[in-house]
Ligand binder design. Structure first.
Ligand code: PLP
Length: 380
């Protein structure tokens, strides 16, 4: 399948959260959606569905379940049963439902900054303690501080919220790393909530995403996995994701906690997700190649920019940059003044860092790089 990922789609004035954030000319490289058109099979399926002009409450079809089960088998060799799957409109909502379901009054919830900012926000600060065990840097790769995690988890820890592959560092954890934290959490009675929304975006050609439930099968009774087609197939505005919970007791708690607060999924969201799993694998392969090339371009460019160190990345389209050597107080604000909209590291609790979304046509990246270089040159 040939897809023109170079094509520039004008997204200004489309109520895009990413593009319409700025009143002035700023190239937005922040929020995690892509500037690419979805696979044609998805727009075809949506066009077909809207020929039927009734949009009542909708459930996931048997066909969608079959497709999802096949998708997980094909990509990860993970055998998932239909009853384990619970659909929900968003992964953040699912994280919040997990807190309601599993975090008892006064208990601790463990997470690892820098991390996607909602991980800091989905708990109730009056009822729960957020325990931060920061990732550690090994060269330009970020990983878990297993010793600190072991020290920080106790039997009052009810939940471990982790992100794998990791936003914002782009780390793809291996089975050993995952199993070790899962063991520490589970041995202390904590539920492991594994946000794997970026699992379809592994850029390394010789590595694969390992679902937590496969990395640590002996602990599968205490694992909740959250996934979605939304990042991989660029469907974030349609709102469809799913939890996989093999333990029936945990699953029922999750369903009970979701009732009344989490709405049904939109009809068209199911249609798009179904088409993605059924037809869009060639599109995903094309996307991954385009993203690899964009990342290689960034590596070249940033190697020549003093003060901005691109971190290693195995997955996601979100590059993590250590800009501490620039010595700025408000690093993201500085670049915004110069026409480039990064996500600020502070959002992930890591000052002097920037997150750069490179899921855009190369020409957009090239323009942004020109501006970044000009901005840094003003600091000389
Ligand atoms: C790790 C992670 N979880 C969840 C989300 C958002 O998921 P949703 O839009 O399904 O709530 C994002 C979006 O960037 C993310 O990076």
């Amino acid at each position: 399948m040939t897809i023109d990922f170079d094509k520039v789609w004008e997204r200004r004035n489309t109520s895009s959260i990413k593009w319409d954030k700025y009143a002035k000319d700023v190239i937005p490289l922040w929020v995690a959606d892509m500037d690419f058109a979805v696979a044609p099979a998805i727009t075809d399926a949506l066009a077909e569905r809207i020929k039927h002009p009734v949009f009542g409450y909708t459930a996931a079809s048997d066909h969608l379940h079959d497709l999802l089960i096949k998708h997980l088998r094909d990509l990860y060799s993970w055998e998932v049963e239909k009853e384990w799957i619970v659909w929900c409109p968003g992964v953040v909502a699912a994280l919040a439902a997990c807190v309601r379901a599993y975090a008892t009054q006064g208990s601790g919830i463990l997470t690892n900054p820098p991390i996607y900012h909602h991980f800091f926000q989905v708990h109730n600060p009056d009822a729960h303690r957020l325990i931060r065990t920061p990732l550690i840097r090994q060269g330009r790769r970020w990983t878990y501080d297993q010793a600190l995690i072991r020290k920080s988890v106790d039997t009052d820890t009810s939940m471990f919220m982790l992100c794998s592959p990791h936003n914002p560092t782009g780390t793809l954890f291996d089975a050993t790393e995952l199993k070790e934290i899962c063991a520490t959490a589970s041995d202390n009675g904590a539920i492991v909530v594994s946000d794997e929304i970026h699992c379809g975006l592994v850029l390394s050609e010789d590595r694969q995403h390992v679902p937590m439930a496969l990395a640590a099968p002996e602990y599968s009774d205490s694992i909740v996995t959250l996934m979605s087609a939304s990042k991989t197939f660029n469907l974030a505005g349609l709102n469809c994701s799913y939890a996989i919970i093999s333990n029936p007791d945990l699953r029922q708690k999750y369903i009970d906690a979701s009732a009344e607060v989490i709405p049904f999924i939109g009809t068209l969201a199911y249609t798009a997700t179904e088409a993605a799993f059924e037809h869009a694998e060639p599109w995903r392969q094309g996307l991954l190649q385009y993203l690899r090339d964009n990342y290689a371009y960034l590596q070249d460019e940033f190697s020549a920019i003093d003060g901005m160190e691109l971190q290693d990345l195995d997955a996601t389209y979100l590059a993590w940059i250590d800009a501490s050597a620039l010595g700025l107080n408000d690093t993201a604000g500085f670049f915004e003044q110069h026409g480039v909209g990064f996500s600020a590291g502070e959002q992930f609790e890591q000052a002097h860092h920037l997150r750069l979304n490179f899921a855009c046509p190369r020409s957009t990246l090239e323009q942004a790089l020109q501006r970044i270089k000009s901005a840094v040159a003003t600091l000389d």
